[in-house]
Design a protein around this ligand. Structure first.
Ligand SMILES: [Fe+2]
Length: 295
């Protein structure tokens, strides 16, 4: 099929300013999927909220969409997923990359989780392997494994659009870090090459943007702009050069403020930890376990 003959589906972006995250609703007719929904979280008070995902729900209702799937590009370390919230609100199903089981096993050890947490992906409705296809109305959604930022990272290919998660950022900000558990800079380079090999007119939709003061947040970029202008992988940067740059830069980055709270929620598909004996849900903070030389 020539690139120009690929379907062009409607894509609506929502920007979560607190965490610089994009959520997408992709639809054709009434059939829709939601990618990377965000649950608000106020860390000082340990309080979750639904303002961001309520805006997504309002759009879904306004357009009378039927959301079949909520799709996660990966286990996010900077925000809480609203995947489970949307699954409940819309009767949708929740999918993520098959590598989630390895990420869950690492998370179970990191947080010292008990028997209630089983690291076999059961918290999701579908674990997608490279090449798996979901059919939603007239849309065909193909999962392309793009690990490196995280183990289970997926890019979703839907018509002429690719939802690349955190593999690529905007050209002027480069790429996402690879120093989280399961991250690997050489893997990320290989994943980015797969994305850059997509047809030239592919619309690339980012999971995050951290814009400089000179521009606003941009959800969408193009292959040519990334090949030419990406400050980490553009201009034909080699794998060795990228790994050296990425590794050196990651060594200077602080642990994200929400990493420890977010991981333990997102490993559960955005479901909050179970209620304890007093009727309250608790997050766990393992002391001196993450970051530093032992990360
Ligand atoms: Fe991420």
């Amino acid at each position: 099929m020539s690139p120009s003959r690929r379907p062009h589906h409607e894509v609506q972006a929502f920007f979560h300013a607190d965490t610089h995250t994009f959520t997408y609703v992709v639809h054709e007719g009434r059939a829709a999927v939601v990618i990377d929904p965000v649950l608000d979280y106020e860390p000082a008070a340990a309080r979750v909220g639904t303002a961001a995902v309520d805006a997504v729900l309002a759009y879904v209702r306004e357009h009378r969409l039927t959301v079949a799937w909520v799709l996660e590009t990966h286990v996010h370390a900077d925000h809480f997923s609203a995947g489970d919230h949307l699954r409940e609100a819309l009767g949708a199903r929740l999918a993520i990359g098959a590598g989630i089981t390895r990420t869950q096993a690492r998370g179970k050890a990191l947080f010292g989780l008990g028997e209630e947490f089983v690291p076999d992906g059961r918290q999701f409705d579908r674990l997608l392997a490279d090449g798996d296809v979901l059919h939603v109305g007239a849309m065909a959604i193909r999962a392309m494994a793009t690990p490196g930022h995280t183990d289970e990272g997926l890019t979703y290919l839907i018509g002429d659009a690719a939802f690349v998660g955190d593999t690529l950022l905007a050209p002027d900000t480069g790429t996402a870090r690879c120093d989280f558990p399961g991250g690997d800079a050489a893997q990320l380079y290989a994943s980015i090459q797969k994305i850059l090999a997509l047809p030239e007119d592919t619309r690339l939709f980012l999971c995050h943007d951290y814009p400089p003061a000179t521009r606003g947040p941009m959800p969408e970029t193009r292959i040519a702009a990334q090949r030419q202008g990406n400050v980490h992988v553009g201009q034909g940067a080699t794998g060795a050069a990228f790994v050296a740059l990425r590794t050196a830069r990651d060594a200077t980055l602080p642990v994200p403020q929400l990493l420890l709270p977010a991981l333990q929620v997102n490993l559960r598909g955005g479901r909050l930890p179970p209620v304890e004996g007093d009727g309250v849900r608790y997050l766990r903070l393992p002391l001196n376990r993450y970051g530093g030389s032992g990360a």
